[in-house]
Design a protein around this ligand. Structure first.
Ligand code: NAP
Length: 448
């Protein structure tokens, strides 16, 4: 291969941008195009991180510094499948690195899950983060009691956001309409329900602790829920993280409520068995569990109903297949060897994968840095054997997208959106007010 290396990175979230950074650092002469179906970059940093976590959100600044380098181009609002086929991608780039994350949610697989009022955390998180696919008017928050199923950080984020006071949310970047909905929220009780015990919960301690620091909500734990079985006691010995979580929970279990307007109730050993209601959710039925020696939850036959008008499942994300690429539907990942995509017939020439699409939805944002570097090392090692792109000139892909009428949002276009959001925020005394509407994002981007 001679001349400039051309790589397409599909997905402008952390994994895609960290891969771009690694390519710019380790390849001699490279021009990376970072494509994303959304008109805005940063993936879950923009659309997944909770709005009341501004420090984590500020990772976007570091990602932006990579995307604005001379060796990188951002091509937003380009959909693989609809706007470009996988074959066309390969024709224009020497290699394609897929970093599409895990955009879909897992289901509880219980009866009643599709009743109005039973929603996925993915959708709720997308809503309060101004994702263009979820209209700001989508939710009303007129439920007084909410059940959140799951014991991971997403469940924690959702419970915390629902329990925040309007004052606490006023400084965030949520779209104006979403802010108004939170201000009018009827929510009083949020039940955060784990199907296994406190030792098996997936919260990170910092995030768990935040539930006890809410300005307008008490956190309530039944001491009986914290009694440990033998397996949990064994697991505690080898897991400092679980010990820290348990200490936090024990602190709450002994604490009298301060009669705040809202309450977050934590429950353990309850697995969802049905979402209740005829026309809409009226509650969730749980079966009490014990943890089996292999760590899995087993039903005891005893059930408990928690009344609620909104049920949110926060039971994990799942990746979606990309057209034309192999996909492991059981593991929910693109099958790969150190980032090199492999199908039934072996390596799929020129295709690579990084981030959650490669290893599943786990770890913190920084985990993707190491992961992306591994993929880039594999890609660069394969380079001598890769057939070169037929049309590597950047003007060729630009012309193809223009012929198709795709309004590509480039870096300057995104900067125009960014400036408009900051200006709208400043007018309301906050750092940013997100624009959720896709047409409005495209309009702002065209005023570059
Ligand atoms: P997660 O950490 O894997 O947690 C999923 C939770 O859902 C687990 O408690 C799991 O219980 C439970 N679950 C799965 N299937 C269930 C079912 N059928 N019924 C009841 N419960 C079920 O996933 P996540 O919360 O979606 O987070 C994804 C990743 O993003 C994690 O690595 C997380 O740390 C990260 N993240 C980090 C932050 C942060 O740092 N602030 C914020 C958001 C997300 P079992 O353990 O029993 O399977």
């Amino acid at each position: 291969m001679t001349g400039v290396l051309r790589v397409a990175v599909v997905g402008a979230g952390p994994a895609g941008v960290y891969a771009t950074e690694a390519l710019l650092r380790y390849a001699d002469d490279v021009l990376v195009d970072v494509l994303d179906g959304l008109p805005a970059p940063y993936g879950l940093v923009r659309y997944g991180v909770a709005p009341d976590h501004p420090r984590t959100q500020s990772i976007a600044d570091a990602l932006g510094a990579v995307l604005s380098r001379p060796g990188a181009r951002f091509l937003g609002n380009v959909h693989i499948g609809a706007d470009l086929t996988p074959e066309e991608l390969r024709a224009h780039y020497d290699a394609v690195l897929v970093a599409t994350g895990a955009a879909a949610d897992r289901r509880m697989e219980v009866p009643g899950e599709d009743l109005p009022g039973c929603i996925s955390a993915t959708e709720l998180v997308a809503w309060y983060n101004g994702h263009p696919d979820v209209a700001p008017a989508r939710f009303r928050l007129d439920a007084e009691t909410v059940v959140v199923v799951g014991a991971g950080n997403v469940a924690g984020d959702v419970a915390r956001m629902l329990a925040r006071t309007p004052d606490e949310l006023r400084a965030t970047d949520v779209p104006e309409r979403v802010l108004a909905t939170f201000a009018a929220s009827a929510v009083r009780d949020v039940h955060l329900v784990a199907r296994r015990g406190p030792v098996q919960a997936r919260f990170t301690t910092g995030e768990l602790r935040e539930l006890g620091e809410l300005g307008g909500a008490d956190v309530l734990v039944d001491p009986a829920d914290l009694e440990l079985d033998e397996l949990s006691r064994e697991q505690l010995v080898t897991s400092p993280a679980a010990r820290r979580n348990l200490e936090v929970l024990q602190g709450w279990a002994g604490r009298p409520p301060a009669d705040r307007a809202r309450r977050v109730h934590l429950h353990f050993h309850l697995a969802p068995v049905a979402v209740l209601g005829d026309a809409a959710v009226t509650g969730v039925r749980f079966e009490r569990t014990r943890v089996e020696p292999d760590g899995s939850p087993a039903g005891t036959g005893k059930t408990l109903d928690i009344d609620a008008q909104l049920a949110v499942r926060a039971v994990g994300y799942r990746s979606l297949p990309l057209p034309g690429l192999p996909f492991d539907t059981v593991a929910g990942v693109v099958p790969n060897e150190e980032g090199r995509v492999v199908g039934e017939g072996g390596a799929v020439t020129g295709w690579y994968v990084a981030g959650w699409a490669k290893r599943g939805p786990s770890g913190v944002i920084g985990t993707n840095k190491h992961d992306a570097r591994e993929t880039v090392r594999t890609l660069l090692a394969d380079l001598p054997a890769l057939p070169a792109a037929a049309e590597p000139d950047p003007a060729a892909i630009d012309a193809l997208l223009a012929r198709r009428g795709v309004q590509v949002v480039d870096w300057a276009g995104w900067c125009a959106v960014d400036a408009a959001e900051r200006a709208a925020g400043a007018a309301q005394g906050r750092t940013r007010a997100k624009v959720a509407d896709r047409a409005e994002l495209l309009r702002l981007a065209s005023h570059r």
